[in-house]
Design a protein around this ligand. Sequence first.
Ligand SMILES: [Zn+2]
Length: 318
Amino acid sequence: MKLTMLGTGHAGVTKCYNTCFILEDAGKYFLVDAGGGNTLLKQLQRVNISLDNIHDIFITHRHLDHLTGALWILRRLFSQIKSGRSNGEYRFYAHDEVIRLLLQFSEGLFPESASDCIGKGIDFIEVRDQETRKIIGHDVTFFDIHSTKARQFGFRMDLDGKKDKEFPETSAEQYVRENQRCLLSSGSSADPCCREDRKSVKTERNPDSNGSGRRLVCFGDEPCTEETMHNAEGCTWMLHEAFCLYEDRDRYKPYEKHHSTVKDACQAAEKLGIRNLVLYHTEDDDLPSRKKRYTKEGEQYFSGNLYVPEDLETLELG
Ligand SMILES: [Zn+2]
């Protein structure tokens, strides 16, 4: 399985593209979010992936920086289907609110195409909290991240072709179950259980390909919380937003926007026993030094493999 970041920035970036990415396995592609415009098409071209070959697309929530690139995909697909150049079926997955918007936009902007193509080559598929679908040959379980801004779903994906329920409980999962209250509090809570020494909080790393299988979890563009962290249990890869460095929190004010810092994301991943953490949805004020600066801060709090990808960077999910 390969992960290609098409964009790594937050909604307001101008020097990189908004966060969206592709998971690729055996020549099949799963696009997660579409960014805020037709730069999506340019990014796909630059990584040599044809839109014709992306048959599965998931939109996490309705915000412009995630949803509106999908309208450019639809525009292209409508035109291909109408001219008889379609390359099979295309499926858009999202929760009900996003599906409604995709329908409204399609009917409002492309009325003839919408009636000719939706349900006839293009399917809008509503997914529910904890619903599992087989996508590019892997089980993908969608979950509600309980956003207070706009309803948003993340997902968990098996990387080895196992069904979600086939994964045995790991020591990290037991730990999470027993310590739900204080995990992710970043030590700031007055709760006495959060004042433990970091060493005693640290879990053993989740299993890898030699163990019980590998899973990836994506929390969309908001932090995992006490309520949603169980979705990361047993996962070897975590995709998590990091709006800015902790040391820059007063400048960017991530908490006012329901975002986290590199330090927060790394502490959460460490406590959950994640092996590989990918940070995205960042500010872009100094992109040339972002990887170095973010890695330096993150390494103080996370001892697994930390990735701060650039736009168009590819990672092998080994
Ligand atoms: Zn966003």
